[in-house]
Design a protein around this ligand. Sequence first.
Ligand code: DQA
Length: 143
Amino acid sequence: MKLLIINGPNLNLLGKRQPEIYGSTTFEQFFADLQFHFQEIELASFQSNVEGELINKLHEAQEENFDGVIINPGAYTHTSLAIADAVSSIETAVVEVHISNVMDREEIRHISMISKNAAGTIAGFGLDGYKLAIQSFLNMRDK
Ligand code: DQA
């Protein structure tokens, strides 16, 4: 199984950015942990602060035959019809992840443009949300 993790704006600062909300682990450190935990899965990751690059990567995920995408669109979650359209334009299943519990934060963060087109949404479990998302793809495969 081949899965792609896409992280949106400001998530390159994980480990440094608001550690009280997002924790003190960098994504690079966490990604090594993920690869160790899921050795049977081919994992790739991509981060960009640029909306169009996130959209291009979603298209590429389909072209490159990924079995699934795990996306944390950052603040674009709440604003980007273009990313929502990209998610619904590809056949590849997409699981939405948020590190923080967005429902327990400002009202603007309660809205997700993405959720309607995602296979599911995981929020509020810190970086473990990415592990839960990978597990959800394994569960879908084994059903
Ligand atoms: C986030 C939540 C968003 O509201 C925020 O803009 C982010 C990160 C999360 O992972 O909790 O950048 O997607």
